[in-house]
Design a binder for this molecule. Sequence first.
Ligand code: HPA
Ligand code: ZN
Length: 351
Amino acid sequence: MTYSGTPNNNDLSEYTAMNDVKQLIHTVPKAELHMHIEGSLEPEMMFQLAQRNGIALPYADVDAIRKAYQFDCLQDFLDVYYQGMSVLVNEPDFYDLTWAYLQRCKAQNVVHTEIFFDPQGHTERGIAFDTVIRGISRALADGQSELGISSHLILCFLRHLDQRSAQETLDQAEPYLHLIAGVGLDSSEVGHPPSKFTEVFDRAGGLGLKRVAHAGEEGPPEYVWEALDLLHIDRIDHGNRSLEDRTLVRRIAESGIALTVCPLSNLRLAVVPDLARHPIREMLNAGLKATVNSDDPAYFGGYVNENYNALVDALNLSQREIIELVINGFEASFLDDARKQQHIQAVRGCA
Ligand code: HPA
Ligand code: ZN
């Protein structure tokens, strides 16, 4: 909305309505289902950890890091993301990273979070799987006991690596299955279809793990079909390009499988040209269970609430649409039904 001179009554009521919606976004309890913990590494912490671990960064200061966060596509971002995570070395580094994210959750009334981690991003550079999972899971346990935030951990396989490496990662995870809710698939999508990982996903399913996969972020609708039919996923991460295939949209809508949508990520990685053209409303109208998430909040300009607010600014989402998205977040979570219903009742109480 733009003002020229004194706002008229229509502008004012629109402004008030938008503020009411933003107040609702702030206060309503929310779930987050798509957040890479390594993507919550803020530049300030990156510098602190670089110093703590004696690692040289190719940036002069925090401002230079933020300036470097200009991406034309997913791969542009991933190059910076893998470089950034090189400052994570010891267990306390993984603890501090996760604890900082949980404090953001607390400040934004995120009461349940399902967190991705990329073990191969660490084991490939000589950090033990144990170091990574112990640091993250200790912070998650403290998040539950000290902040009242429940969480699940999802181990992502890097799809630019081969299935053998994914299998070895699952081997390393086996002693820690009590700490892991599911497996996912992330990193460079195009050229690395879900079909590359059929066996390791079958094995994960056999171990009782949930299955999710990034699909249809940059990759074509065929990758979403493969994720559904070959990997037997419980949720689709991103899924934007599903909208190009009407049969696929019907299939996803009828299955009730949710999409974990990440608006600011989509903007910053040029998946959408502009948030005003973000398809989230189209997804809801097509009967898709869309949810709102931050993906890599330190790199894309915001945590969950900033993602909701950006959608409201760009698309003027209504209170009803916000409540639907928030409820979808709990329904699509891996919480048990009783906990889901408790959260959903609390959400309805805010409407
Ligand atoms: N897409 C794929 N891989 C990722 C992403 C993403 O948005 N963030 C971190 N790893
Ligand atoms: Zn992601």
